[in-house]
Design a protein around this ligand. Structure first.
Ligand code: CA
Length: 385
């Protein structure tokens, strides 16, 4: 016969059992979110297999190192819970279809340059390069502390794509030319591979801008499809052998003062990741972004010296040509802002940040470099004729 004096003990025992069962269920359901069951009924860890498509040939030194780094960082930091595999241009999709592939989910992540998509998204040019705009250091400041990244994410949101900074080459070279530029007239009729807003500027200055992916610039120069090409700078240009197809190498890169690349992530694929894996993706992109500038900084001058020794003729762009390009840049920018409210909104943020940061850089970066040049021996490479 059940004795009433045992009732409290039974109630306590039942409550304890309920707590235990609820706890076990919670632990199990939590595990369910990060594991799945294999064919033999054993739990196993979910591995997110991501394809990364790039606009560069596979393993291209410099630009192509960033996607490899991103993949390696994600694979290592996630301890195998994510596996990112890199595919070069043309392996899954051609270079200029990378954005669409990520947008449509054919690949989970892409690496390229936002200005390649200016036909579809005119305001995307701000996130690669603005002629006479911000340097790499300034761009990173704007993106990560000046609201730039939020504007970029807003711009890509309708396409189901999340952008992250994907590396910077620093100030680029103005490019390779198969003839010497002495006056603005020398630009007339010149066919040049030069993308982004700078392409429109070049057209307005009398030339013809041509859109060509990195894997094809050498052949295009060699076969005379173009007369000039801007690619990146000494380290990357030497890798592509551009010194073999053009004699004159001009500076500075007025058109790409801090050319920034991008990682583009499919928003749905990103949403499927647990918060820790999302943090890993963000951190991997940020690390790969910084690494590229570090590598170009370390390697550019050595490559430049090798190019000069091999006979490349180094030239500064004449001042009247730079002045014309600046004048045409103002026109191209005004046109872009008038035609697209999104461009106008981004331009306001870009301009405000650039003006502010420039004021400080006058008395920091520039003042210091000037002071250093006054006391140290000159290092500018002598032109080789
Ligand atoms: Ca470039």
């Amino acid at each position: 016969m059940f004795e009433r004096r045992f009732l409290p003990v039974v109630v306590v025992a039942l409550v304890a059992l309920l707590v235990l069962v609820t706890g076990l269920w919670a632990v199990d359901s939590n595990r369910q979110s990060t594991t799945e069951v294999d064919s033999s009924g054993q739990p196993r860890q979910i591995v997110h297999n991501w394809k990364l498509v790039t606009t560069w040939p596979k393993n291209l030194p410099g630009l192509g190192t960033a996607p490899e780094n991103f993949a390696r960082y994600v694979n290592e930091m996630s301890a195998g819970r994510m596996q990112v595999r890199v595919f070069g241009a043309g392996e899954i999709v051609p270079a200029f279809e990378v954005f669409d592939a990520v947008s449509q989910g054919a690949a989970e992540v892409g690496h390229g340059a936002s200005y390649y998509w200016k036909g579809k998204i005119p305001a995307s040019v701000f996130f690669t390069a603005v002629p006479f705009g911000m340097t790499a250091q300034e761009m990173n400041g704007w993106l990560h502390y000046g609201g730039g990244l939020e504007l970029w994410q807003e711009l890509y949101a309708p396409f189901g794509v999340i952008p992250f900074a994907g590396g910077s080459s620093g100030v680029q070279m103005a490019g390779w030319f198969n003839r010497e530029l002495k006056t603005t007239q020398d630009l007339v009729g010149l066919k040049m591979r030069i993308p982004g807003l700078a392409g429109e500027v070049f057209d307005a200055a009398g030339g013809t801008a041509v859109r060509i992916a990195g894997g094809e610039v050498y052949t295009s120069m060699q076969t005379g499809v173009i007369d000039a090409v801007e690619w990146v700078g000494p380290y990357n240009d030497r890798t592509l052998g551009l010194n073999e197809v053009a004699e004159f190498y001009y500076y500075p890169g007025w058109h790409e003062p801090g050319a920034l690349l991008e990682f583009t992530v499919n928003a749905k694929a990103f949403a499927k990741l647990t918060p820790d894996l999302q943090a890993i993706v963000r951190a991997a992109a940020r690390a790969a972004n910084q690494d590229m500038l570090d590598e170009f900084t370390a390697r550019n001058n050595e490559s430049l010296q090798q190019l000069l020794q091999a006979g490349t003729k180094l030239r500064p762009l004449p001042e009247d040509i730079l002045a014309l390009l600046y004048e045409k840049s103002l026109v191209a920018m005004a046109k872009l802002r008038a035609a697209d409210p999104r461009a106008e909104k981004i331009a306001q943020s870009y301009d405000a940040f650039a003006t502010n940061v420039r004021a400080y850089h006058e008395i920091s970066e520039r003042a210091y470099l000037n002071a250093r040049d006054k006391v140290l021996p000159p290092v500018i490479p002598k032109p080789v004729d």
